[in-house]
Ligand binder design. Structure first.
Ligand SMILES: [Ca+2]
Ligand SMILES: [Ca+2]
Ligand SMILES: [Ca+2]
Length: 261
């Protein structure tokens, strides 16, 4: 392996800084590991191009570099070591996700580059499982995975030039694309009105039924640039937490209004 790039040194430096106080506090390996995974969760949530393998005893994390490489690291108990670097994806990677797409306990790495090419890798064998043809999409603005049809397998949902696409996560066939074009930079999936069915929430302010993709509601304002769903007020229904220009807004979808406004 060649000497670490600056971006990698910085990343590892950030990781080391995050963990050093933790390592001093931890009295045993187990405790250290718990703090360690908390810190990784925090970092993974802060960067679109940094993801952790869920519930992984090996503490694996994967990140995408500015030069278009995926780096897979494993925690040895005292430090990280790089166990895989991908072939080049030519341009900067814009998002890295790890998900169990088939619901069978194996994980895949999902990533796309600045030219709108989408790639899926097998996490264990490091092989490319699937990619979009070079010119199929010119850009991808946002991507998430969710089970929109309740068959326990995840679908890929992404926006390309404003159009929402849904691909099945098993064979990567297009299941649906929107006629409408949305000026959204993020999307999230969850039951935001408490009716037991999931919705697709777009940062541009639309709420679609996840299964039938009908428009359930459209806010008069965009929600925001970055979306997360969480039950903030404890009523059993998810709110939309949206960040834009360093401000945060919480939207109560079942009441169709901004919360605590
Ligand atoms: Ca599904
Ligand atoms: Ca719902
Ligand atoms: Ca709630």
């Amino acid at each position: 392996m060649s000497s670490p790039s600056w971006s990698r040194r910085i990343l590892l430096g950030v990781l080391a800084m995050s963990f050093s106080p933790v390592l001093l506090q931890g009295s045993g390996m187990e405790q250290t590991y718990a703090f360690f995974t908390d810190a990784v969760h925090l970092l993974a949530s802060r960067y679109d191009t940094f993801a952790m393998v869920p519930n992984d005893p090996r503490g694996r994390v994967v990140y995408g570099s500015a030069r278009g490489y995926l780096h897979l690291l494993e925690y040895t108990g005292t430090h990280y070591r790089e166990i895989w670097v991908s072939p080049s994806h030519v341009t900067r990677l814009q998002k890295v996700l790890v998900a169990d797409l088939k619901g069978d306990g194996t994980y895949q790495i999902i990533t796309y580059n600045a030219r709108g090419s989408l790639f899926i890798y097998d996490l264990e064998r490091f092989g490319l499982i699937w990619r979009t043809p070079e010119t199929q999409f010119r850009s991808i603005e946002a991507l998430t995975v969710a089970d929109v049809d309740n068959d326990r397998q995840l679908e890929l949902l992404f926006l390309s030039e404003g159009r929402l696409y849904i691909y099945d996560g098993q064979h990567f066939l297009e299941e649906w694309r929107s006629d409408a074009v949305y000026q959204a930079s993020d999307l999230a999936v969850g039951d935001v009105d408490g009716d037991g069915q999931k919705e697709i929430v777009l940062g541009s302010g639309q709420v679609l039924d996840a299964r039938f993709r009908t428009l359930e509601w459209e806010n008069t304002l965009p929600f925001g640039d970055h979306l997360e769903l969480a039950d903030v007020d404890g009523d059993g229904k998810l709110e939309v937490i949206a960040g834009a220009n360093q401000a945060v807004t919480i939207w109560d979808i079942d009441q169709r209004r901004e919360k605590w406004d």
